[in-house]
Design a binder for this molecule. Structure first.
Ligand code: UDP
Length: 487
């Protein structure tokens, strides 16, 4: 138990810093086997997860950490190492053929991925303080690295098989393997990041009551998505300022519920135009889904009011969100749903299915509306109500923008994740400092931040206590009660 003056201890750190060498920067490995952070987003195999790891890597690097994002090479001409920003790199490892492989067929190449990761670490001489895995395939890799190297493991699911497959009568063969890995991740990882309270509840209900979970949402570059006004956006896109615009953005995947949206549009009596933003891989499943939706649009007589824009690069997406009167996220299953917060960041109200993370990000009658998934009439009614009420649209849009800025900015999210990493690696950092007989400025700052945030855990407190004893400091009166530190 710590019963010492933390304040005077921290003051003393400054003296130590002046006479000891700096320890190396904290270095973290983000693993995203199938989600390359530099890929073209908005088509099969490249969506929210790619954005998540990229924004997180950049955000962590901005806070002074070093981050390598490991992904699988999908083409022979892809560079092995790409620097995204100072301190943040993408590392592409060769595991299986250098071509796109659907995630349902990637499991067999994971041992190669682990071997390539270990080889890279050996070659580069980089020592990672922690591994953060994304999606169950990477979770499997992370479990191997944790058991072999003793590295702390953080895992984010992005999607849970047990939720995705719960209403399927004929789930794919890989579903059972996935379930086992997802269960092991929850029980064995040092921390799970749930991106919404709903996701945490799903884990507890469908995977295990054991394991430590912390809710930290996904973050976006809120400035980027709020940079254009509606007027400018409509001008840029050459849109009629009077005509209502309904927007869908995302991949073409059956579970995204685009069919429900199109059928709902067929019931609208007010004039509107519908933009479906998202690309497709030639010959891919998303291409089939796009063609199916195109045929439905024609069959329902909506071809004149519907535009298939194709994939739009994220750099060019803000005007689409800003120009829209309503952004619709009609998913049947959505673990988080970045599109909803991107639209809200642009000041556009959202009508979404009441599923998964959308229940958390969209506040009914404040930032938009929630409707039951697959319910065509409920969606048509919600769209009609909002189209006919410009005052509500304005009020929801304004509230939505504030809500997203306050809760889902990538800086704020990266800070929370960094704090979690620091908590989990504190013991190890102190050990290194002890071996080196010194304390770096980074570690001193890290301790200060942890202590101030009261985030320090009992194991950390013990390590800190031991370390203090090695330094041979006296024990003056208590300034910060130990129970506060350990809470
Ligand atoms: N997106 C894009 N271009 C497009 C369509 C979508 O960049 O043409 C991006 C969108 O901005 C969002 C991501 O793709 O960041 C989709 O993430 P979401 O979490 O909504 O869905 P997921 O793809 O993960 O299921």
């Amino acid at each position: 138990m710590i019963s010492r003056s933390i304040a005077s201890f921290l003051t003393s750190l400054e003296e130590v810093n002046t006479i000891t060498p700096r320890a190396s920067l904290p270095t973290y490995a983000l693993i995203s086997v199938h989600g390359d952070p530099t890929a073209d987003i908005g088509k099969e195999g490249a969506g929210g997860q790619n954005i998540y790891v990229r924004q997180l890597g950049l955000g962590l690097a901005q806070q002074g950490a070093r981050v390598d994002i490991f992904t699988r090479r999908e083409s022979p001409d892809q560079a092995e190492i790409v620097e995204l920003a100072p301190g943040c790199r993408t590392i592409r490892l060769t595991a299986g053929p250098a071509q796109f492989i659907p995630r349902t067929e990637l499991f067999e190449y994971l041992p190669d991925f682990v071997a390539a990761w270990l080889d890279f670490q050996q070659r580069s001489g980089r020592r990672y303080n922690l591994v953060h895995t994304n999606y169950w395939l990477s979770g499997w890799v992370g479990l191997q690295l944790k058991f072999r190297l003793g590295l702390p493991l953080v895992h984010t699911y992005h999607s849970i098989g047990a939720v995705k497959y719960q209403n399927l009568s004929d789930p794919p063969a890989i579903a059972a393997v996935r379930h086992g890995v997802e269960w092991a991740c929850l029980e064995q990882a040092d921390r799970i990041i749930a991106t919404s309270p709903q996701e945490e509840a799903d884990m507890r209900r469908l995977l295990s009551r054991h394991g430590r979970v912390q809710v930290i949402p996904c973050g976006i570059d809120t400035q980027h998505f709020s940079a254009v006004t509606r007027y400018e956006a409509r001008q840029q896109l050459g849109l009629d300022p009077q005509r209502s615009l309904l927007l869908y953005a995302g991949r073409f995947d059956e579970r995204k519920g685009i069919e429900t949206l199109v059928r709902a549009c067929a019931q609208l009596s007010d004039p509107y135009q519908l933009y479906l933003v998202g690309g497709a891989r030639p010959g891919g499943q998303d291409n089939q889904e796009q063609e199916r939706i195109r045929a439905l649009v024609t069959e329902l007589g909506l071809a004149d009011v519907t535009t298939f824009t194709g994939r739009i690069d994220q750099a060019q997406l803000p005007p689409y969100y800003a120009a829209a009167d309503i952004c619709i996220v009609p998913s049947y299953y959505e673990p988080f749903g970045l599109v909803a917060i991107e639209a809200m960041a642009a000041g556009t109200p959202v009508i979404a299915s009441a599923v998964g993370g959308l229940n958390y990000t969209v506040i009914p009658h404040k930032t938009g509306c929630l409707v039951p998934p697959r319910d065509v009439s409920a969606l048509a009614q919600a769209i009609t109500r909002l189209l006919q009420n410009p005052e509500h649209r304005l009020a929801y849009g304004t509230a939505a923008q504030q809500w997203v800025k306050a809760n889902f900015s990538c800086d704020g999210v990266a800070r929370q994740v960094l704090h979690l990493y620091q908590t989990l690696t504190l013991k190890e950092s102190l050990k290194t400092a002890r071996i080196g007989q010194g304390l770096s400025a980074e570690l001193a700052a890290q301790l200060q931040a942890l202590i101030e945030s009261k985030g320090i855990k009992p194991t950390g407190s013990q390590a800190l206590d031991q370390w203090l004893q090695t330094l041979g400091r006296k024990a003056p009166s208590t300034v910060v009660p130990a129970q506060r530190l350990a809470s």
